[in-house]
Design a protein around this ligand. Structure first.
Ligand code: HEM
Length: 399
């Protein structure tokens, strides 16, 4: 792979961030640790983001700074879906910059503000109970297949008023778009998602409901309706956040608890600590990497970068940055630390209140209903570090 002439050889990291951390027993301890032993800023020659070469910022403080400087680190030209589709489909609000970005956020905010999320409490509890009820008598479960791949998705589907029967197909499309092995697989997946949401938006325009898709289909930004591309792009952004991110985080937190009986004991004895545990586990288990494109040449902390360069902002590296956190790999409920897991600046995660409420309910239910759980004998967790870091198999047992 050719490295651009402006990249100094000592900053070339000849790996892919999708593959390198998977070599280690624990991608957070081993993978992030190995990267943090190197330069603060590297050129990931085999892939900084979804296989695309570019700069990768490894430090919490630098990632934070880039998030807060959209004039230079632009989200507007991310364009992954547009490039794959061959026409303009901005994934809104993610692929928009201020000032327009604010109007898109205002459109969605009523569904995600704390009071709206609080009103979902009963539905979230019922969904959690329904799923747990399917394996409660069995003394164990495969947490990913039987719980985490379904729970946040069911809640998202309820918000969007989409049928649960479509979930297996949604998960396949989502996997194809985010992690497809070939460009063709990624194109097929995004085309299918695009076509599906066009139809649903059309239905909601003709027969509006109370759901989030109706809000996108009939709402306005700056006094005008969204274009069809803006509407579909918004649905797809929510689809990715709603289906994958919570499930990914939850898998890591449950794996951590399964390996840390002391922490389970402490939380069972004092459930009031569960919100602090969700905050600290989310601090330590960032799952996403965010992509930005430089709008102009810039000297960033001594590194000369060029307009058009890709810059990856990996939240999982922020999670374990030893310059930001003392003992970054230790879960310390008293830490009350800053976190980059939900992003920062204008694009910080709109789903944060929903995600944290879901995570608190799940931890509380598993800890109160089940005896101490651990990874089942002779089994192991299986994870991926491709695009969004997630646990794909977690066999748990309790007795
Ligand atoms: C543990 C769960 C979650 C994590 C770790 C997470 C992480 C993130 C991160 C890091 C960003 C910033 C992206 C960037 O700066 O480019 C983001 C943005 C976003 N998230 Fe989440 N997310 C989670 C859950 C959710 C949920 C449940 C939803 C909705 C159902 C959601 C919807 C969004 C949307 C729409 C954006 C774009 C916001 C904007 O650009 O203004 N997320 N998320």
């Amino acid at each position: 792979m050719t490295v651009p002439a402006h990249v100094p050889p000592e900053l070339v990291w000849d790996h892919s961030i999708d593959i390198f951390p998977a070599r280690f027993d624990d991608p957070y301890v081993g993978g992030c640790g190995a990267i943090h032993a190197g330069p603060d800023i590297v050129w990931a020659a085999q892939g900084a983001y979804c296989g695309q070469p570019g700069w990768m910022l490894t430090r919490f403080a630098h990632v934070q700074e880039a998030h807060h400087n959209p004039a230079i680190f632009s989200a507007a030209n991310n364009r992954d879906a547009s490039n794959l589709l061959g026409f303009d489909l901005p994934l809104i609000p993610g692929e928009s910059d201020p000032p327009q970005h604010r109007f898109y956020r205002q459109l969605l905010a009523p569904f995600f503000q704390p009071s709206a999320v609080a009103a979902l409490e009963t539905m979230i509890h019922a969904t959690c109970d329904e799923l747990i009820g399917r394996f409660a008598d069995r003394g164990g479960c495969e947490f990913h297949g039987e719980f985490s791949s379904l729970f946040p998705s069911y809640i998202f589907l309820a918000l969007m008023d989409l049928p649960r029967e479509m979930l297996p197909q949604f998960l396949l499309w989502e996997h194809g778009f985010l992690r497809g092995a070939t460009i063709e697989e990624r194109i097929d997946a995004i085309m299918a998602i695009y076509g599906y949401f066009r139809e649903r938006l059309d239905e909601r325009r003709r027969a509006p409901g109370e759901d989030l898709i109706t809000r996108i289909a009939t709402g306005t930004v700056e006094g005008r309706p969204l274009t069809e591309a803006e509407q579909v792009g918004t649905c797809i952004t929510l689809y990715i956040g709603g289906l994958d991110s919570v499930a990914s985080g939850m898998g890591w937190y449950m794996r951590h608890l399964a390996l840390d009986q002391d922490l389970q004991d402490r939380l069972r004895r004092d459930p009031a600590l569960i919100p602090a545990a969700v905050d600290e586990l989310s601090r330590a288990y960032g799952t996403n990497s965010n992509k930005r494109i430089l709008t102009r040449d810039v000297d960033f902390h001594g590194v000369a970068m060029r307009a058009g360069d890709i810059v990856a902002l990996p939240t999982f590296l922020c999670s374990r940055d030893p310059r930001e956190f003392t003992d970054p790999h230790v879960i310390n409920l008293d830490r009350k630390a800053r976190s980059m897991t939900f992003g920062a600046g204008a694009h910080n995660c709109i789903g944060i209140h929903l995600a944290k409420r879901e995570l608190r309910i799940v931890l509380a239910q598993f800890l109160s209903r089940f005896a101490p759980f651990r990874i089942a004998d002779g089994e192991d967790a299986v994870w991926t570090t491709q695009t969004i870091w997630g646990v794909k198999k977690l066999p748990l047992s309790w007795s």
